[in-house]
Write a protein that binds this ligand. Structure first.
Ligand code: G1P
Length: 293
């Protein structure tokens, strides 16, 4: 069985749900406490054992690649002023992964973005992680949980979790048969179904391990929901040719592309930080939200 050694992060979106911030700054640079969201995504990939990462980006997005590069003048300054801890943090970021990039020149959808990774991936299984979905699990990253399922079955594995029924029209939704515990076999998939037509409330939440057969499928996948080339439609076709598993991964997931989800992440990651936790907790307890005008 081929090992998964590469990951792809589609990050060419225009971030229209987060304007005006995203007018000139990519949404992947939104900070949760003091780290851009793309760093949380890359840390999850690296902690899951993958170091070669392709970022599919668009115009205006070089700043997120710069974040993983060296900054000699900053490093020199931190060294000179004895700021060892800060220096270590900065150096760790540039050393954590091998970052590759490619431009998606037209915004034609997630399926089209993934097809841009074809040459980078070659004939190997690969991971796809979406920048909007940050998942917290201090014991085992969501992607690692999914790689463990891949290592058992050698087939594509899609990360899912239950969502409230009334939100099923925001996601790719699966139908499944049970395999064991939190592992299912996918029988069908549909992108953003109307709530009353959703076959379940198990939603695809931004993490995929996909076998390379997907590229041949994506090459002929037509426009789907929202007039875009959808990865879900290509995966549905893959399900017809091969086994595709789902892993209902454990972890607290935040939808960062959404203002409410972003605020929740900011509060909860803030509470997890030892240096902020106590004072911030006290502040939140003292807050009378209704009195804020
Ligand atoms: C994308 C996928 C969808 C998935 C979602 C997860 O949709 O197309 O299947 O459920 O990410 O966040 P988007 O949110 O980019 O519209």
């Amino acid at each position: 069985m081929k090992k998964v050694t590469k990951a792809v992060i589609p990050a060419a979106g225009l971030g229209t749900r987060f304007l005006p911030f995203t007018k000139s700054i990519p949404k992947e640079m939104l900070p949760i406490v003091d780290k851009p969201t793309i760093q949380y995504i890359i840390e999850e990939i690296v902690d899951s054992g993958i170091k070669d990462i392709l970022i599919i980006n668009g115009r205006n997005k070089v700043v997120m690649v710069n974040h993983f590069d060296n900054v000699p003048e900053l490093e020199f300054h931190l060294k000179q002023t004895g700021k060892e801890e800060e220096l270590r943090i900065i150096e760790d970021i540039s050393n954590m992964a091998n970052i590759f990039t490619i431009r998606q020149k037209e915004a034609k959808g997630l399926g089209h973005a993934v097809l841009c990774a074809k040459e980078f991936v070659g004939d190997e299984p690969f991971a796809v992680v979406l920048g909007d979905d940050v998942v917290y699990n201090a014991d085992k990253p969501a992607l690692r949980q999914m790689l463990d399922v891949y290592d058992r079955f050698g087939k594509s594995v899609i990360g899912v979790q239950q969502v409230p029924r009334q939100e099923t029209d925001k996601y790719g939704i699966i139908s499944k048969t049970d395999v064991e515990g939190n592992i299912y076999k996918i029988t069908d998939m549909v992108e953003k179904p109307p709530v009353d037509e959703a076959p379940s409330n198990l939603a695809v939440l931004g993490r995929y391990i996909i076998t390379p057969e997907i590229f041949g499928i994506l090459e002929h996948t037509g426009k789907g929901a929202g007039g875009e080339i959808q990865l879900t439609d290509a995966l549905k076709e893959l399900c017809g040719n091969d086994d595709v598993y789902a892993c209902d991964f454990e972890g607290r997931r935040y939808d960062i592309g959404n203002k409410e989800g972003f605020l929740e992440a900011t509060v909860e990651y803030g509470l997890r930080r030892p240096e902020l936790s106590e004072a911030f907790r006290e502040y939140l307890k003292s807050l009378d939200a209704d009195s804020i005008k």
